[in-house]
Ligand binder design. Structure first.
Ligand SMILES: COC(=O)COc1cccc(COC(=O)c2cn[nH]c2)c1
Length: 246
């Protein structure tokens, strides 16, 4: 997968050189290319923003630098990238969206700063680059760069070969399957007793059926407690009689 990121702070993406993503890049599983938006300005101050039409606080990112940058990166490629713009007003970025992105050969991220990018840029590229405006949560960041880091990590870990243990992807709490739609339950490792806290004995029992039921029960409890709106969406049929005692 190829990932291009256009930003006025390309240095923000240094974390993509380390850990999981860094190794995936070294192994050629991921091709991340960074671009400085200001390289597509033509004034001495390398201006990328201006005051908003209609008044109001803050500044808006000018359309010309973005369109010149996007044209230079995406060009007239026969199979153009999917353009992803992080914004508080976007559709929710979920594991389902991450899975869809992981199937794309090429993503182009456009993290905005200030009050956002002139909307005509979205209109210009919406169709050809299958523009997706996505939100990683209901809060406002100073810029989309942190959101791009989040999305690149969520997508990259789904690529074949990136995660050592393939199982952990299918066990994702938001992945389809037995635990679909449930939050992760508690996890434990050695020592069996730590500062007087014991690991739940069921986990040491070797009874894999009972362990699976216990884990599902714990996941259901946590989902009901922390995300009642997810619990409400669970298909009653998916809850076996044990779960209904929750
Ligand atoms: C067309 O879209 C744009 O112009 C983007 O506009 C903005 C405006 C303010 C802040 C941001 C950065 O993204 C977030 O804050 C964000 C993303 N997810 N949750 C919070 C982007």
């Amino acid at each position: 997968m190829r990932v291009d990121i256009i930003s006025i702070f390309p240095e923000y993406f240094a974390p993509l050189d380390v850990s999981l993503i860094g190794k995936a890049r070294q192994r050629g599983l991921l091709d991340v290319r960074l671009h400085q938006l200001r390289d597509w300005t033509h004034d001495v101050h390398r201006t990328v923003d201006d005051t908003p039409y209609g008044g109001g606080p803050g500044m808006v990112m000018k359309p010309e630098p973005w369109s010149e940058a996007i044209d230079a990166v995406a060009g007239s490629a026969p199979e153009p990238p999917r353009l992803v713009v992080p914004t508080p007003s976007g559709r929710p970025f979920t594991q389902e969206v991450a899975l869809a992105y992981a199937a794309e050969p090429w993503l182009l991220f456009a993290p905005a700063r200030y009050e956002g990018i002139d909307s005509r840029v979205m209109a210009e590229y919406g169709d050809r680059l299958r523009l997706d405006e996505v939100s990683i949560g209901d809060y406002v960041l100073a810029g989309g760069e942190a959101a791009v880091l989040v999305m690149v990590e969520a997508v990259a870990r789904l690529l074949p070969g990136v995660l050592g243990n393939a199982g952990s992807v299918t066990d994702d709490s938001f992945a389809p399957g037995a635990m679909a739609g449930l939050l992760e339950g508690p996890v434990y490792t050695k020592p069996p007793v730590w500062r007087g806290h014991e690991v739940p004995p069921i986990l040491l029992s070797g009874n894999h059926g009972a362990i699976a039921r216990w884990r599902r029960d714990q996941a259901l409890r946590r989902t009901v407690a922390n995300r009642p709106e997810l619990a409400a969406r669970l298909d009653p049929g998916t809850l076996d009689k044990r779960d209904r005692q929750v």
